[in-house]
Design a protein around this ligand. Structure first.
Ligand code: KG4
Ligand code: ZN
Length: 335
């Protein structure tokens, strides 16, 4: 049995988790509320909040797991990509903690961690993992990629966004409508009451499996600017329809390329991961498409969609099995 303490601090969530092999014992997340008033993550405030949160979060994870520090076999952490100041807090804490325990460290790539979250075992996901090869749509506030997984660490990127990430576009649409930050969950909630066919927003024609979201965002902005000239209360009156329509546009665009990629690569298992995979329409539509083709859909439990340390722990566990430990001299990377 291997016990791993994992730390995630790449953006605005401070999280620590304990895993025994692939089984999750605890996963503590402190989300930073300080950014809401600024309408986006302020890097300096994020690193400061990580510094305040890291000790209580790690302490909480160890206590909830019901283990003693001496039982930890390795300390894992997100090395990147992310915000440098935020990453530094997690990386430095993990190194010092491991040094004090006399245990090795394991560095984890944040994107690999999101994708490998499908292999975490707990009460919510007791054992139905995807098997290789499978396709995973990784959609978050910072990334939008279609990945072909041939093994845990043999991952081919089939397509990526050439500009904004999907989550970024959703958050910007929410910001235009003054719905607060992060807007993804708000749009999701309001969209449930709206008519998704009320408005049409054009999606760009991009080569292959790549995406582009900046045009959708701009067409949404210009559409509203024109309507607001005629009726200053337009957004307020049509909020739920606007949310439903923009959500349908983005989800449709995302899944059309995923479906194409799975057909072209003869893959019969499709997963989603990252913060936007919490979106109810995306989850529902993936199920529908997979059912149509007799494919298997893999949808993560909500707690593993947005940033968390459990996913860092599972990625680290597979590295531990390979003896893939990191050197104490390593530094975080932002990209
Ligand atoms: O993975 P994540 O926590 O952080 C990054 O690595 O970026 O993803 C955060 C993103 C934000 O853009 C947020 O608005 C979006 O995930 N998000 C959602 C939902 N929940 C979170 N987007 C749409 N619907 C949701 N329910
Ligand atoms: Zn993330």
């Amino acid at each position: 049995m291997t016990t791993i303490l994992a730390i995630e601090s790449s953006c605005d969530d401070t999280s620590a988790a304990v895993l025994r092999d692939d089984c999750l014992l605890s996963n503590v997340i402190a989300s930073q509320k300080v950014h809401e008033q600024y309408g986006g993550v302020v890097p300096e405030l994020a690193s400061r909040a990580h510094q305040q949160n890291i000790i209580p979060v790690v302490d909480g994870a160890i206590r909830q797991a019901g283990i003693d520090k001496s039982e930890i076999d390795a300390v894992a952490f997100t090395r990147g990509p992310g915000l440098l100041g935020s990453l530094m807090v997690g990386v430095n804490f993990a190194k010092s903690f491991a040094l004090a325990l006399g245990k090795p460290i394991i560095e984890v790539n944040h994107l690999q961690a999101h994708v490998l979250s499908h292999f975490i075992r707990n009460e919510q996901s007791p054992g139905s993992n995807p098997t290789f090869p499978f396709i995973c749509l990784l959609v978050s506030g910072g990334h939008t990629q279609i990945l072909l997984l041939k093994d845990y660490f043999d991952i081919e990127c089939l397509g990526t966004t050439i500009d904004d990430a999907a989550g970024e576009a959703i958050d910007k649409a929410a910001k235009i409508m003054d719905l607060g930050y992060p807007g993804g969950p708000v749009i999701d909630r309001l969209a449930k009451e709206g008519n998704a066919d009320a408005y049409q927003f054009a999606t760009p024609h991009i080569e292959g499996y790549n995406y582009s979201f900046s045009g959708i965002k701009t067409s949404f902005l210009y559409f509203l600017r024109d309507r607001l000239k005629e009726d200053p209360d337009f957004i307020e009156k049509h909020k739920v329809d606007l949310c439903a329509s923009i959500q349908k546009t983005i989800v449709g665009f995302l899944l059309k390329k995923v479906e194409r990629a799975a057909i072209d690569h003869h893959v019969r298992q499709v997963a989603i991961a990252g913060g936007v995979s919490a979106n109810s329409l995306l989850r529902c539509e993936l199920q529908r498409i997979c059912a149509k083709h007799y494919w298997k859909a893999f949808i993560p439990p909500f707690q593993f969609c947005t940033d968390n340390a459990a996913m860092v722990g599972i990625a680290a566990y597979f590295k531990y099995l390979k003896g893939d430990f990191a050197d104490m001299s390593l530094a975080p990377y932002t990209r």
